[in-house]
Design a protein around this ligand. Structure first.
Ligand code: FAD
Ligand code: DHB
Length: 400
């Protein structure tokens, strides 16, 4: 038997994009349901991004989600860029007129959102199976899924939001021939670890080394997060803990500085890819976040872009569903893609400047070093990096 129901917005995916969209719509009195194929515990523990742009932090504060972030997040006013054995500081506050970034893990943003939505009585169906979206050529698209107890559901919606990440089903449900894909694969991956050891640095270190990129970031005053460039098809079994620490020591070392080591509690390898699908909408199916685009992680844009998309989408859907005005909904894809392509360029640029391409030669290596020397010696070049890193136009969520 199929259980039938209706809602205004059916949201596929309880990552940061889907959860924040449901939260913003509720602020405007718009109903939604969220369906998610993983468990709540899995969504809250999945290790991913950790860095929030200024505009993302301000948005979360403005909408009442800033309490724990303000108490536990770590504000950083710059980064270190390291190459040729020397470490250089970039001061973002000075370069941008006061902008900064905050270290507050995606796991924590997701926990805050799930807690707030469930406390408000929202419907989030975890552990669903066989999600489908249908009737996409009508004004009443349908969301179907099987719940954790095995009951099949059919929800009639005014709009469906595909917030189901890169491997979700919504992007492939758009009509054949509508979507154009622009894509780049990179010949390396990131091996990321979490370690129970205080960070050895006050701000993030991005290091270009002849043997590959390394990044020192953090999660809290007690927990460090570090990344190493590894070959694209690398297997994690080839990286016992002592090899990871020894390679991090090798790539991050500078005279007079020590990298503190501690127990590794998690390690995983992530591939690197740039991918943009356009348009991000067909009639009443809207894509947001990783469902529409992904960037390589250098520069930490993925989570911030997902948040920017749903902020624009929530405003557009409020205008559509509350006021019957489709203007912002029609503009949604173009509005988002401007920011997406800027972030796609920045992430590609940071990645290309800092990683060692196994296919490259002396010419390629010298171009990278020339660019890095320019960034640390020209205020204009440093400002370009700082502006992109701390984020683009403010995210505005009209509170009226
Ligand atoms: P997601 O977080 O992927 O959420 C999508 C949700 O949809 C998931 O919970 C998924 O289970 C669910 N779903 C999928 N299919 C279905 C279905 N059929 N039915 C129901 N639910 C479904 N960004 C950075 O800025 N810095 C980083 O260091 C970084 N590291 C990353 C590491 C990894 C391994 C990955 C995959 C991404 C990383 N990112 C990083 C990117 C960042 O985490 C993402 O951009 C962000 O998670 C996007 O949020 P989202 O809500 O769009 O998608
Ligand atoms: C983090 C990840 C990034 O890709 C980055 O550029 C900065 C920080 C992080 O996980 O903290």
């Amino acid at each position: 038997m199929t259980v039938s129901s209706r809602t205004q917005v059916g949201i596929v995916g309880a990552g940061p994009a889907g959860l924040l969209l449901s939260y913003l719509l509720a602020l405007r009195g718009i109903d939604s349901i969220v369906v998610e194929n993983r468990s709540r515990a899995y969504c809250e523990a999945r290790q991913r991004a950790g860095l929030l742009e200024t505009g993302t932090v301000e948005l979360l504060r403005d909408i009442g989600l800033g309490m724990r972030m303000d108490a536990e997040g770590l504000e950083h006013g710059g980064i270190y860029l390291q190459f040729e054995g020397e470490r250089h500081h970039l001061d973002f506050r000075d370069l941008t007129g006061g902008r900064w970034v905050t270290i507050y893990a995606q796991t924590e943003v997701v926990k805050d959102l799930i807690q707030a939505r469930l406390a408000a009585g929202a419907m989030i169906e975890f552990e669903v199976r066989d999600t489908e979206v249908a009737e996409l050529d009508t004004d009443q698209p349908v969301l179907r899924f099987t719940d954790a107890a095995g009951a099949r559901h059919e929800v009639t919606c005014d709009v469906i939001a595909g917030c189901d990440g890169f491997h979700g089903i919504c992007r492939d449900s758009l009509p054949a021939g509508l979507v154009t894909i622009a894509e780049r694969l990179y010949p390396y991956s990131w091996l990321g670890i979490l370690a129970t050891v205080p960070p050895s640095t006050d701000e993030l270190i991005y290091a270009r080394h002849d043997d590959g990129f390394a990044l020192h970031t953090m999660r809290s005053p007690q927990v460090s997060r570090l990344y190493l460039q590894v070959p694209a098809d690398e297997e994690i079994e080839r990286w016992p803990d002592d090899r990871i620490w020894s390679e991090l020591q090798h790539r991050l070392t500078v005279p007079g500085w020590d990298l503190k080591e501690g127990p590794i509690t998690e390690k995983a390898i992530s591939p690197m890819r740039s991918f943009v699908a356009s348009p991000m909408r067909h009639r009443r199916l809207f894509l947001a976040g990783d469902a529409a685009h992904i960037v390589p992680p250098t520069g930490a844009k993925g989570l911030n872009l997902a948040i920017a998309d749903v902020t624009a989408l929530a405003t557009a859907l409020t205008q559509l569903l509350r006021d019957g005005n489709a203007e912002l909904a029609e503009a949604y894809s173009d509005t988002c893609l401007g920011r997406v392509w800027r972030a796609t360029h920045f992430s590609w640029w940071m990645t290309s400047m800092l990683h060692v391409d196994p296919r490259s030669d002396q010419f390629g290596a010298q171009l990278q070093l020339a660019q890095l020397r320019y960034v640390i010696s020209s205020r204009a070049a440093a400002t370009t990096l700082a502006e992109n890193y701390t984020g683009y136009y403010p995210l505005s969520w009209p509170l009226t």
